[in-house]
Design a protein around this ligand. Structure first.
Ligand code: RIB
Length: 303
């Protein structure tokens, strides 16, 4: 079983022709709300790609709370441990300009998750199960959950997004750390710009305590590292509409395949194809492809 402990947000998205300057008022080309949150998106990716997944998280007591939970459930995510907090739901204000996004978060109910929620959500977790986390919930809860998961011999996957400096309190329990390039830079003070810098970034992530490293590099693809090896995964070239939740798709798809017995390189290749489909569509959880859609691309393009 795969468990995702993380954020559930309502995304408020404005597509803009350009980023407004300070003091400027700009009309959006388009505005819409849709369900997101890095935790929720990763859980939806696992479910849409055919996996069994339990989400542990909190929605708010506002008008968004119930629909956010229903949305997860409709995609096949187990929401038995998605509970309601006495505060507003997590919100993400997303500005999309030419496909790239900038995100501002209101933590809301995501910061109401407690150790008790983690205990209850992981009550039946056992050796070989996987716990996936990000950093849109309190860091001390992530640390607590990682420790608990390791005491049950689970595999712990950390997507350190949004990035903060991490110490060994957490990293000693992390099996796979999976930042994007800007998060990797915050964690290591090294930008993974070229091969030499990528090797150095990977080395520094190992020094933090990670046992395996994945770095997603946007349009440059991704790298995975196990032991001394670094493997490059080429990106699939597509027309980019919106990159929101591309990273979440990659993490969910990778974890699903890797937990199912694929090698890290095979899992990353599948994840790369899945996220390439996500970025051809608008939105967060809704833009994540199904297994059938990914398989069609793999069969058609032999990738
Ligand atoms: O990774 C994309 C997600 O980040 C969005 O859905 C938004 O909610 C923020 O959490």
């Amino acid at each position: 079983m795969i468990y995702v402990l993380g954020s559930i947000n309502m995304d408020m998205v404005a597509n803009v022709p350009y980023m407004p300057k300070s003091g400027e008022t700009l009309s959006a080309d388009k505005f819409y709300t849709n369900p997101g949150g890095k935790g929720a998106n990763q859980a939806v990716a696992i479910a849409k790609l055919g996996g069994e997944v339990k989400m542990i998280g909190k929605v708010g007591n506002d008008a968004f709370g119930a629909p956010l939970k229903e949305h997860l459930s409709a995609f096949g995510v187990n929401v038995d441990f998605v509970t309601r907090a006495e505060t507003n739901s997590g919100l993400a204000m997303i500005i999309v300009e030419k496909g790239d996004n900038r995100i501002i978060l209101d933590k809301g109910s995501n910061y109401a998750i407690t150790e008790k929620d983690v205990d209850e959500g992981l009550f039946d977790a056992k050796e070989g199960d996987v716990l996936v986390m990000q950093l849109e919930i309190p860091l001390e809860i992530v640390e607590y959950a990682a420790r608990l998961a390791k005491s049950k011999n689970m595999t712990v996957v950390l997507n350190p997004a949004p990035a903060v400096k991490l110490n060994e309190n957490l990293m000693q329990y992390v099996d796979i750390v999976a930042p994007n390039e800007s998060e990797a830079e915050i964690l290591t003070d090294t930008s993974p710009a070229g091969d030499v810098e990528i090797a150095l970034t990977v080395k520094k992530l190992y020094a933090l305590g990670a046992k395996r490293v994945i770095i997603t590099l946007g349009g440059r693809g991704s790298v995975i590292s196990e032991g001394q090896t670094i493997t490059y995964i080429k990106p699939r070239k597509v027309k980019v509409v919106d990159t929101t939740s591309a990273g979440d798709t990659f993490i969910g798809a990778f974890v699903l395949k890797f937990a199912g017995g694929a090698s890290a390189a095979e899992a990353a290749n599948f994840a790369s194809v899945a996220s390439s489909v996500t970025i051809t569509r608008e939105g967060a959880a809704n833009s994540i492809p199904t297994l059938k859609e990914v398989q069609e691309v793999i069969d058609r393009e032999k990738c």
